[in-house]
Design a protein around this ligand. Structure first.
Ligand code: CA2
Length: 149
């Protein structure tokens, strides 16, 4: 049985497609999920979203224990604030792709210092919702490698 790829999404991303289309596009999270499955083909994918920090931490633990082949994570606001999410991700031994719909480096200062980037295998930012498809393709190439190689 092929190990799944986890795609984890942080707070407010359940509202994707409903506001700020100039920054985040008009694609909904359900459409993003369908895009990820299309991009993954036969590889199983666990696509999740939560507004609760502990739930993201629990899902990273689940990905460690299962084990998942890799984690794609858009931590949203937790990118900049959550040492709990960072500590959980540090325990995951396989590739981690940090993903942002917008280019966080072009944004206001509060959105520019990611805690997660330091431990991510790679960062994808600014490609809009289609960045998720790119991330899944990249993860398929990285899968089963230790993190950082
Ligand atoms: O660009 C991204 O993907 C972000 O991770 C989105 C986060 C933001 O805090 C990061 O700086 C960049 C939050 C997204 C807010 O949620 C929205 C949901 C629907 C429409 C607009 C925003």
């Amino acid at each position: 049985m092929t190990s799944p790829i986890y795609v984890l999404n942080g707070p407010n991303l359940n509202r994707l497609g409903t506001r700020e289309p100039d920054i985040y596009g008009s694609t909904t999270l359900a459409e993003v999920e369908a895009l990820c499955h299309a991009s993954a083909g036969a590889v199983p994918l666990e696509f999740r979203q939560s507004n609760r920090e502990y739930e993201i931490v629990d899902w990273v633990h689940e990905a460690i224990d299962r084990p998942a082949a890799g984690i794609i994570i858009n931590p949203a606001a937790f990118t900049f604030t959550s040492i709990a999410v960072l500590d959980a991700l540090k325990m995951f031994p396989r590739p981690i792709l940090e993903l942002h719909i917008s280019n966080i480096h072009r944004r206001e200062d509060i959105y520019r210092h990611s805690l997660v980037s330091k431990i991510a295998t790679a960062v994808i930012a600014g490609l809009g919702p289609r960045g998720y498809g790119v991330a899944v393709q990249a993860m398929l190439q990285l899968t089963d490698r230790p993190r950082g190689t």
